[in-house]
Design a protein. Sequence first.
Length: 252
Amino acid sequence: MKRISILACALGLAWSQLCAQTSTTEVLFETTKGNIRIALYDETPQHRDNFLKLTKMGSYDSLLFHRVIKDFMIQTGDIFSKHAKPGQLLGMGDYDYTQEAEFRLPQIFHRRGVVAAAREGDKKNPERRSGASQFYIVWGKIYDDRRLDYTQLKLDSITGGQVKLTPEMRQVYKTIGGTPHLDGQYTVFGEIVEGMDVVEAIQGVAVDKNDRPLEDIRILKATVTKDLPAPPATKPAPKQAPKRKAAPRKRR
């Protein structure tokens, strides 16, 4: 099934390259603030499959949105947050593996409403590999040309000129918003298809000095609502008739 990006294409943006991502899978998060439905991109299969696996394991059930920065993003997936005490510093809990980066610019980028994987910083992680479980949902800001020009200079410095904001990407950042300074550095692997009002409500809550919400905002349950098709069953190899043993020859 091909899903057209609700945040770009639904507003009449006719750039085919911004509507090229596809999704055959979805995950529903039931939270204390409301439901959030996430479509996972087929163009980032490693992150998609890992997210599905963790959801089926129940890894996200009862976790907190432990980091919230207004006009930027909301973050969850810290496996230590399930039983965290009030005010406890969070953000270090993850599984003991990482995932290879799957950057898909310019089709998939940090516009408002996308889902991206958190990771260790460049000094410890020069390959920009994603962590296993933590992820964030982008809110961001609306940009003008001056700010986008400045952001491009920063991207040139950080990525050695490898990441360029195309005219189409710039238009989305000027009309829908997002976090362009993260492009080409963190893997975007999905988008919100239901519940952006919930995301907006969460990103506006009061937080402490470590950006943890003062009230616990919890994922009550995560469920795979659209899964990958099951692989076709393989037919067992036909049994071969047992070979008859040759009769022993009589000695003369």
